[in-house]
Ligand binder design. Structure first.
Ligand SMILES: O=C(O)C(=O)C[C@]1(C(=O)O)C=C[C@@H](O)C=C1
Length: 367
């Protein structure tokens, strides 16, 4: 069953004056002073729309700081009263939801470790039935787009329509300078499935380190994200969780000042006509690419019939090695990213084998 998503535009539930939505605050609410002071300094930047803080922290192993729980909720009320800004908190159970709403939390988010578990997400959706509150959903820990999509379908199925996605990067097991590999294409795919869903970048959890925050936040803006969620703490090095990736409100303000915000389109007529011409040229080249793929596949089909009649295997390791080498060398000469040609040819080769398999088996059935 596929659930159609009814998503209310971001601007209908939070006023950002047409600017990207900025959510900021400490990884965890640690003490009343730390939370209220961080919120106060963030408010002074005049650029933050929502304060965030972790109250219940899912930790991989027991024994680390797991959040202050309900005790932190009155501090949130105070931070809200002093700044006048709405507040966002992560929830993972129906009990968290009940408490968060009781203390006036304005926006809820579902964390990456919760999105991975459909039972958990369904419990959250059921607890939210009939409640009118914005819910943001972080991508699942692992790069599994269907889990992210499923979480939105479950929440939409429970009648939640103020929805947004938080892209926090993925644990891929591969070596990377980032704590969580962005895999931007995953968010692009999500946006292609749900075009109306607001997309919020989480450079803090992608980066894992302060030094990478700027480039990741800028990339999110370059990709037309609707906002950012960033961890900020009055004394980051002394933070009880995620110390390396938090930055002071002042440093965060500096980061925002240097962020280049781009527009989706330009009204400049010269620009528009240049774009139109460029896109027509790209259309032509793309048509040729697809036609060439068709021509290559037609050759493979003929070759497969001969292989079938002469009882020859489909996979030819030496020929495949030669193809990979010569094509990637050509790509290098043309200044293409080395892995591009390699990845494309891996797909072409697998399709060639799939097609040849089809031909050989269809013939076997005819006999
Ligand atoms: O040359 C062959 O024998 C093919 O089957 C064609 C082809 C290709 O698509 O280029 C496909 C499979 C082989 O492993 C090598 C090459």
């Amino acid at each position: 069953m596929k659930v159609e998503l009814t998503v209310e535009p971001l601007g209908s539930w939070i006023d950002t004056n047409g600017k990207p939505l900025i959510i900021a605050g400490p990884c965890s609410a640690e003490t009343e002073d730390q939370l209220v002071e961080t919120a106060r300094q963030l408010k002074e930047l005049n650029a933050v729309h929502v304060i965030r803080a972790g109250v219940w922290k899912p930790r991989t192993r027991p024994g680390s700081f797991e959040g202050m729980g309900e005790a932190a909720l009155p501090w949130i009320q105070r931070a809200k009263a002093e700044t006048g800004l709405p507040f966002a908190v992560e929830v993972a159970t129906p009990e968290h939801i009940e408490l968060a709403l009781k203390y006036g939390v304005d926006i809820l988010w579902v964390g990456a470790r919760t999105t991975v578990n459909p039972f958990n997400v369904q419990e959250i959706a059921d607890a939210l039935r009939g409640v009118d509150v914005p819910v943001l959903v972080k991508n699942p820990v692992n790069p599994d787009l269907a889990l992210w999509v499923g979480a939105f379908e479950r929440l939409a199925g429970a009648g939640i329509s103020k929805l947004g996605a938080i892209h926090r990067g993925f644990a891929t097991g591969e070596a990377s300078k980032y704590r969580n590999v962005p895999m931007w294409q995953m968010a692009i795919e999500l946006k292609s499935i749900f075009p109306q869903l607001p997309l919020i970048g989480d450079p803090s959890h992608m980066a894992g380190k302060r030094a990478y925050l700027n480039e990741l936040a800028q990339m999110a803006m370059d990709l037309n994200y609707d906002g950012l969620i960033v961890e900020s703490h009055i004394d980051p090095d002394k933070a009880w969780s995620d110390a390396a990736q938090q930055l002071t409100p002042a440093a965060f303000g500096d980061m925002l000042d240097h962020l280049q915000i781009r527009q989706v389109e330009s009204q400049n007529l010269e620009f528009q006509s240049f774009m139109e011409q460029s896109r027509r040229n790209i259309d032509n080249v793309d048509r040729q690419i697809v036609e060439m793929l068709g021509a290559r596949m037609a050759l493979v089909e003929r070759l497969a019939e001969y292989k079938r009649d002469n009882n020859v295997t489909l996979f030819q390791p030496d020929r495949w090695k030669e193809i990979l080498k010569t094509r990637t060398e050509l790509g290098k000469k043309l200044n293409l990213y080395p892995e591009l040609v390699e990845e494309i040819y891996k797909i072409i080769h697998m399709e060639s084998i799939r097609k040849q398999t089809e031909i050989i088996h269809s013939a076997t059935q005819d006999v």
